[in-house]
Design a protein around this ligand. Structure first.
Ligand SMILES: Nc1ncnc2c1ncn2[C@@H]1O[C@H](COP(=O)(O)OP(=O)(O)OP(=O)(O)O)[C@@H](O)[C@H]1O
Length: 347
């Protein structure tokens, strides 16, 4: 029997033994990519039957496009029924909130992700699968590049990320082109919904998708593949730096406790204080990535931290300056002897 090339790619990207015996929530908008993912995973699950495994098609109805939004929800419900997989949905308006729902891209994504996580927890699933494609990856990297980004932003969309100890978000189609997904759907006669908002060149991402990339490809026909390869290489570098940064953070032990919440008094600061050792030997790139881990672990805001801020911090760690200063997010930086102390300013 001839195996469909799309199914073959999916099997290679996410080997069935990892997931066919557990619960998997599939985030499905009704669009081609996520319909392709759901149908593909369901086919594979049928080939690897395991009574403990199940799929949940999960749809978040943002309710922004009236009847079209309800039509998307209905189409995913019907698809789930036809595949005999479970179905879960939520409407943005279902949530208790006095505030008007936010409709910027970041808020929509965050509400959707929250719903997918809650669905996975309520069904006891081990994975959430979403259908980002190789094209999404290229669009994201170009978007990050033009908006301003660091090495992490150039690494593109990760193939997986842990939500917590029991739940992992996976993107099995991250190396698969959108056209391959549509070819698969065509070959099995499976329709999908076109999102009308994708046709509007209003959102930055849609402009990149519909105008910029086609224009680039008139001169560089293989640009998308080339950018995809560059981001994959960048991801390898990134994971190398991240593991070095993790080691660096673990070595940060003024007093022998790692970079974790020691106190050293100080005026005008509140909450937890963290210290790192002065260190002029470690590469600044590793120190910066380590400091970013420390920031993330404490939920300190990184949005307004520019490359100059991080470099200044790395210089402080490497150098001998005792100057005290404040970073965006009101993070107090206080060099004392061989240590640099960080804390949130309380005033
Ligand atoms: N309304 C939704 N409900 C559930 N999951 C969603 C929804 N919208 C998107 N997703 C999931 O998140 C992934 C990425 O979202 P994004 O908005 O980039 O995709 P999309 O353009 O809607 O793609 P698709 O062709 O799958 O509809 C989707 O592939 C899908 O797996």
């Amino acid at each position: 029997m001839r195996i469909d090339p799309f199914i073959e790619r999916l099997v290679a990207a996410w080997p069935p033994p990892r997931w066919t015996g557990v619960g998997v929530v599939v985030g499905c908008s009704g669009g081609a990519d996520s319909v392709g993912l759901l149908c593909g995973l369901n086919r594979i699950a049928e080939q690897y039957p395991n009574e403990r495994g199940f799929l949940v098609a999960a749809h978040f109805n943002h309710g922004l496009r009236g009847e079209a939004s309800d039509g998307d929800e209905q189409s995913v419900r019907e698809l789930a029924e036809s595949l005999s997989v479970r179905f879960a949905s939520r409407r943005a308006t279902d949530q208790d909130s006095d505030e008007a729902p936010k409709s910027d891209e970041a808020s929509l994504r965050s509400a959707r992700t929250q719903f997918l996580i809650e669905t996975a927890k309520s069904y006891g699933c081990r994975y959430i699968a979403v259908a980002h494609s190789a094209d999404d990856n290229v669009e994201t990297v170009l978007h990050n590049l033009m908006r301003g980004t660091g090495p992490a932003g150039l690494a593109g969309i990760a193939a997986h990320r842990s939500i917590d100890q029991d739940l992992v978000l996976v993107r099995p189609l991250i190396d698969v082109r959108r056209v391959e997904i549509r070819d698969f759907l065509g070959s099995i006669g499976q329709p999908w919904r076109e999102d009308a908002s994708n046709q509007e060149v209003v959102y930055q991402r849609n402009w990149i998708r519909r105008e910029l990339i086609p224009m680039i490809e008139t001169r560089y026909p293989d640009a998308s593949e080339a950018i995809g390869r560059a981001t994959a290489a960048q991801r390898d570098w990134r994971s190398f730096i991240e593991s070095a940064a993790q080691d660096w953070v673990e070595r940060q032990s003024p007093g022998g406790e790692g970079a974790g919440g020691k106190r050293a008094g100080g005026q005008g600061v509140g909450g937890e204080q963290v210290a790192v050792n002065r260190d002029f030997r470690t590469e600044p790139a590793v120190v910066i990535a380590g400091l970013q881990l420390i920031w993330d672990a404490r939920g300190w805001p990184r949005g307004e931290m520019t490359r100059d801020h991080w470099r200044r911090l790395a210089d402080t760690v490497a150098g001998g300056s005792d100057e005290r200063y404040t970073l965006p997010g009101k993070i107090d930086v206080r060099p004392v002897g061989d240590c640099i102390w960080f804390a949130v300013c309380s005033v």
